[in-house]
Design a protein around this ligand. Structure first.
Ligand code: AMP
Length: 591
C-alpha cells in the first residue's frame, strides 16, 4: 500500500481535508454529513479548546476568546490574543490543521503524518513558510505547498486537455482571488493573480443584515446593532437567506423572538427578492470583474486567449456571478466540481501523485443539457413570447433544484402555460419541448402576479417541474421521466405523440419544436410555425387592448384580428401581411 498523504485546503473562512482512496477523491466528513470545517478556534467557558463550528457559534458572543480569519495574519510576527493568552498565527492555524488531521485519522483508522497544503497564489515566501510551520506544529510533514488555483485546475482535470489557459475565479467567504493559469502537459503555472483580501460572501451577508436592521428600525423603531445576541442570530438568518437566493427567486429573513421591546417580543420576518439582493451586491461583482481584467493584463492576455473559467469558493454559487462572468467573457463558467471542495480535492490529487498513485478523476454526475422554460421578454429588439429562460444549466451537478420567478402579463390573467424545454438556444422554439402544463385558477390580480417555477432534476434523469402562485400557494406540476436522454429520431416522435396525447391529440399553434438546432431553424416548417405562434401572441395582445379601445379603434382592431385569424390557415405571406397591419395598429393605439 502506498503511504497516506492527505490534501488540505486551509482557507480563510473554511478548511477541508481530502484523500484519494481506490482511485477516488474523497473529502473527509468533519461531522455527519458535513465536509467543511469553519476556520475558527476559540476557548470555551470551561477552558477547553473549540475548533470549527463550535468556535464559530461562540464568536459573536465572545470575540475575545475566539480567533477567525487567521490566514490573513500568516507570515506576521505579531501575536494573536485568545482568552488572554498570546499565540503566533502558526499556532492558531496548527489548531485547525491538528483537528483536520485527527478527523482524517479517525476516518481512515490509521495515522496520518503527511500533507499537501494549499495557499493563495499571491502568498509570499514568508507566508508559505508560516503555513509549513503550522503543519509541522500540527504533526504533519508538509510534503508540498501548492497554489490554490493549481489545485482547482487539478480537480477540474483541466491539465489533461492539452495546452490551455484558464481563469480561476475564487470567491470565498472573506477573500477574492482571480488567477490566470497556463496548463500544459500536467504542469500548471500561475501567470498572474489579482484580488481583494477583504471581499467575499460575508460582505453579501452584511448587505442582507443591513436590509433586515433597516426593516426593524422602520417597523419597530429598534436598533438591533445594540444587541450582540440578536446580531449573531441575524448573521445566521442572513447567510441562510443568501444561500436560498442562489436557487430561489425569494427568501425570507426570519427569526422568531429576535428581541424584546418594552416587554413585547419582536419577530423578524421580511422577504427579499433575488432582484433586490442582486442590486445590493452588484458593486462587489463589478469590482471582481475589474480584477479579472487586471489579472488578464498582468498575464499579457486578453479575454480571447482564455479557454475556460473555473469557479472556486462557495460564493460563486451566486447566480449573478455566473451570469456576469458569462456576459463579460463570453463563455459559461465551469462549476461542476463543488466550489467549496475543489481546492481540497486538487490537493488530494497532488498528494496521490506524490505518493506514486495514478492521478485520479473527480467523478461527478452532471446534466449534459440545459433545461428551462419560456417567457415573454425582449428578443432581437422586440417582445417575443418564447424567449428561453434556462433554469438548470448544462454541466450542473445533479441532483439539483432551481427556481425562478415569473409574472402574469395581463390584468385578471387566470392561467399560465408552462412549457418545458431541453436545449441551449435563446429562442425556446429552437429547443426541444419535453413537456408542458397549465396552471389554472390564479387569483384575480393585476398584471405582475408572481409565480415561482421550480425545476428539480435527479440522478436518474427524472425532471419535476412545479409552478406555484406565490400569494396563494396554488401549485401544479409535471414529472418528465427521461429528461436527460436526447430526444432524437423515434424518441422525438414518441415524445411528440405523448405530448399530443396529453392535449387530446389536437394540433394547436404551439407545437413542440422538431428539435431543430438553430442552424436548421430556418426550415419553412419552423418559420411557419414560429409565425403562427407570433400571430397568436399578437391576437392576444390585440384582444386585451380591445377592452380599453374607443368604438372606432375597437372596430379597426376587430377587423385586424379577424384578418389575422382568417389567414392563419393560409399562406405565410398573406398571414405576415395581416400581422404587419395589426401590429401597426397596435403600435398606434398603444402610445
Ligand atoms: P468558502 O470560503 O469557499 O468555503 O466560501 C464560503 C462562502 O460561500 C460563505 O460566504 C458562504 O455563505 C458562501 N456560500 C456557500 N454556499 C453558498 C450558496 N449556495 N450561495 C451563495 N453563497 C454561498
Amino acid at each position: 500500500m502506498t503511504e497516506i498523504i492527505v490534501g488540505i485546503d486551509l482557507g480563510t473562512t473554511n478548511s477541508e481535508v481530502a484523500i484519494v482512496r481506490q482511485g477516488r477523491v474523497e473529502v473527509i466528513p468533519v461531522a455527519p454529513g458535513v465536509r467543511i470545517l469553519p476556520s475558527l478556534v476559540g476557548v470555551a467557558d470551561d477552558g477547553s479548546l473549540l475548533v470549527g463550528e463550535a468556535a464559530r457559534n461562540q464568536y459573536a458572543l465572545h470575540p475575545e476568546r475566539s480567533v477567525r480569519s487567521i490566514k490573513r495574519r500568516m507570515g506576521e510576527f505579531t501575536p494573536v490574543q485568545m482568552a488572554g493568552k498570546d499565540y503566533s498565527p502558526q499556532e492558531i492555524s496548527a489548531m485547525i490543521l491538528r483537528r483536520l488531521r485527527d478527523i482524517a485519522e479517525a476516518h481512515l483508522g490509521q495515522p496520518v503524518g503527511k500533507a499537501v497544503i494549499t495557499v493563495p497564489a499571491y502568498f509570499s515566501d514568508a507566508q508559505r513558510q508560516a503555513t509549513r510551520e503550522a503543519g509541522e506544529i500540527a504533526g504533519l510533514e508538509v510534503v508540498r505547498i501548492i497554489n490554490e488555483p493549481t489545485a482547482a485546475a487539478l480537480a477540474y482535470e483541466s491539465c489533461h486537455h492539452g495546452a490551455r489557459k484558464a481563469l480561476v475565479y475564487d470567491l470565498g467567504g472573506g477573500t477574492f482571488d482571480v488567477s490566470v493559469v497556463n496548463l500544459e502537459s500536467d504542469v500548471v503555472e500561475v501567470l498572474a493573480s489579482h484580488g481583494n483580501n477583504h471581499l467575499g460572501g460575508d460582505d453579501f451577508d452584511q448587505k442582507l443584515i443591513a436590509f433586515a436592521t433597516d426593516h426593524l428600525r422602520e417597523r419597530h423603531d429598534i436598533d438591533v446593532g445594540q444587541h450582540p445576541l440578536a446580531m449573531a442570530r441575524l448573521q445566521h438568518a442572513a447567510e441562510a437567506a443568501k444561500i436560498i437566493l442562489s436557487s430561489e427567486p425569494y427568501a425570507t429573513l426570519s427569526e422568531e423572538y429576535l428581541l424584546e421591546k418594552d416587554g413585547v417580543p419582536i419577530h423578524l420576518s421580511v422577504e427579499v427578492s433575488r432582484n433586490e439582493y442582486e442590486e445590493m451586491i452588484e458593486p462587489y461583482i463589478a469590482e471582481t470583474l475589474d480584477a479579472v481584467h487586471i489579472a488578464l493584463s498582468g498575464a499579457g492576455l486578453t479575454v480571447a486567449d482564455i479557454n475556460e473559467i473555473l469557479l472556486v469558493g462557495g460564493a460563486t454559487r451566486t447566480p449573478l456571478i455566473q451570469r456576469r462572468l458569462e456576459q463579460e467573457l463570453g463563455m459559461q463558467p465551469r462549476a461542476e466540481v463543488d466550489p467549496d471542495l475543489c481546492v481540497a480535492m486538487g490537493a488530494a490529487i497532488q498528494a496521490a501523485v506524490i505518493a506514486g498513485d495514478q492521478a485520479p478523476t473527480v467523478l461527478i454526475d452532471v446534466t449534459p443539457y440545459t433545461f428551462g422554460t419560456s417567457a415573454l421578454e425582449y428578443f432581437n429588439g422586440q417582445m417575443y413570447p418564447f424567449c428561453f429562460v434556462p433554469l438548470i444549466r448544462k454541466n450542473t451537478p445533479i441532483p439539483v433544484s432551481k427556481s425562478e420567478g415569473f409574472c402574469t402579463i395581463f390584468d385578471g390573467q387566470s392561467k399560465v402555460d408552462i412549457h418545458v424545454y431541453q436545449g441551449e438556444d435563446p429562442d425556446a422554439l429552437n429547443n426541444i419541448e419535453i413537456g408542458r402544463f397549465t396552471i389554472e385558477g390564479l387569483r384575480d390580480a393585476p398584471a405582475g402576479n408572481p409565480l415561482v417555477t421550480t425545476f428539480s432534476l435527479d440522478v436518474n434523469g427524472i425532471l419535476q417541474v412545479t409552478s406555484r402562485e406565490k400569494e396563494t400557494g396554488l401549485v401544479h406540476s409535471i414529472t418528465i421521466d427521461n429528461a436527460i436522454s436526447r430526444f432524437t429520431g423515434d424518441k422525438l416522435a414518441e415524445a411528440r405523440e405523448r405530448i399530443d396525447g396529453l392535449f387530446g391529440g389536437q394540433e394547436d399553434a404551439v407545437q413542440p419544436s422538431s428539435g431543430a438546432t438553430s442552424a436548421e431553424a430556418s426550415s419553412p416548417t419552423d418559420d411557419g410555425r414560429r409565425l403562427r405562434v407570433e400571430a397568436g401572441a399578437l391576437i392576444e395582445k390585440a384582444e386585451r387592448l380591445l377592452a380599453k379601445a374607443g368604438t372606432e379603434d375597437a372596430e379597426d382592431l376587430v377587423n385586424g384580428i379577424e384578418a389575422v385569424k382568417d389567414r392563419t390557415d393560409g399562406s405565410d405571406t398573406d398571414l405576415k401581411a395581416a400581422m404587419d397591419a395589426l401590429a401597426d395598429l397596435l403600435y398606434y393605439l398603444d402610445v
